[in-house]
Design a protein around this ligand. Structure first.
Ligand code: ZN
Length: 407
């Protein structure tokens, strides 16, 4: 048995006005702390970037000293629970560290209007959850009291230990994301290896299966319509607020449909194999960019220009992460030429791709769906990696490898 962290999503049922006000106050204090530390560190960060100053200390501990001082200076904060507010430092320390390493920009300010109110009950505070009945549980928020939770899909991890709870207000209600530490049975490896070709609207696997994303066109059109409508409306008006609420509703619906689909699809795929081979994500996203593909620069520009890169990043990332924890093993390979190469004879030619959907080898006449052909090639690259290592198909659980040699 191995231990893993699984997150369960709940909605917080309406509670008393006092409790609701307190929750917003905690979130407000977190925002305040974040912005305070942001301002404190901005000058140092800029000086360091320009080669003039010392490297600012980014550890949770060094920020903690300043936090204690701040907390005692700010009277209203003393009435709020310390742990959730202090946990903001952890997030800030991580963000600052990433900025120092050049991975990301300097942390952005959190605004009252634009940032969703949220706070975290960290494990140091002890996350307490008790079952009320079959349908409901309740969660203890320090210095606020018990609030009732209703689970939103997924499974309840009965034997799991709640470790952390993130509370976030989505503009309509509070949601709680509770991370449980659960004992999971190590998946038996059936020694099957499956290649996966990810696309915008579907996933193809090397065994010839397709998983189609549900049609969201109507809902996305409506979302766009609301977005435009809101842009025209007067800020602060009631009509605008109403549109905003409706926009939030349809956005959440779209997100939920996507999420469910990813869960179901990755569950099915992982049920079939012990090892899954996927394309190296960065490269895949590059191929999907408006500039065209690596192999066919400038092709499909029109079709792909409209795609939201950020959306693709997160969608493919989510699929991969899901496969990572559901499959025994995930191997990443470079997808170059996987769509042009014949999976039957190995002949690689642009001419093999007659159009977006069909593959027809000009050398041997092998015909197939283009994505299935690509998935078979991806699987082959993964197999080459496994055998190249001389290890055969290993039963080592969940790890992820990046094929740097091929990049
Ligand atoms: Zn061929």
């Amino acid at each position: 048995m191995a231990k893993e962290i699984r997150t369960v999503e709940f909605v917080v049922l309406p509670t008393t006005k006092t409790k609701a006000r307190k929750m917003f106050q905690i979130a407000g204090a977190c925002r305040y702390v974040w912005n305070h530390f942001r301002e404190k560190n901005l000058a140092d960060y800029q000086a360091f970037k320009n080669g003039k100053g010392e490297k600012p200390k980014t550890s949770y501990f060094s920020l903690g000293v300043e936090f204690t001082r701040l907390r005692h200076e700010t009277q209203w904060m003393l009435e709020l629970p310390a742990n959730p507010i202090k946990h903001t430092l952890k997030y800030f320390a991580d963000a600052l560290k990433e900025a120092m390493e050049g991975k990301k920009g300097f942390p952005k300010p959190r605004s009252r209007k634009k940032t969703a109110p949220s706070f975290t009950i960290p494990s140091s505070a002890g996350v307490r959850i008790r079952k009320v009945n079959k349908k409901y549980s309740s969660l203890l928020i320090p210095l606020v009291g018990w609030v009732t939770l209703a689970r939103r899909g997924g499974v309840s991890y009965k034997g799991g230990t709640p470790k952390q709870a993130v509370l976030r207000h989505d503009g309509c209600r509070w949601r709680a994301f509770v991370s449980y530490e659960v004992e999971v049975e190590e998946k038996m490896d059936n020694r099957e290896v499956l290649g996966v070709d990810m696309n915008i609207r579907q996933i193809a696997t090397s065994d010839g299966h397709f998983y189609f994303l549900p049609d969201l066109e109507k809902k996305e059109k409506r979302r766009k319509w609301y977005q435009r409508k809101m842009a025209r409306q007067i800020k602060g008006s009631n009509r605008r607020k109403d549109t905003k609420r409706k926009l939030g509703k349809v956005s959440r619906k779209i997100a939920n449909i996507r999420k469910d689909w990813i869960h179901q699809t990755t569950k099915e795929i992982s049920g079939k194999c012990g090892t899954v081979v996927v394309e190296y994500l960065k490269v895949k996203n590059m191929t999907a960019s408006a500039k065209g593909t690596i192999e066919n620069p400038g092709r499909n520009v029109k079709q792909k220009a409209g795609l939201n890169r950020a959306m693709l990043d997160t969608a493919f990332g989510k699929i991969r992460r899901n496969l990572e924890y559901k499959c025994g093993r995930v191997i990443e390979v470079n997808p170059a030429y996987t769509s042009q190469r014949c999976s039957d004879c190995g002949h690689t030619d642009k001419e093999n791709r007659k159009n977006q959907a069909r593959f027809l080898c000009v050398n041997c006449g092998f015909a197939s769906n283009a994505d299935t052909n690509a998935a078979i090639n991806i699987r082959r690259l993964g197999m080459a990696r496994l055998h190249g290592e001389g290890s055969g198909i290993s039963t080592v659980p969940a790890n992820r490898e990046i094929d740097t040699r091929l990049l």
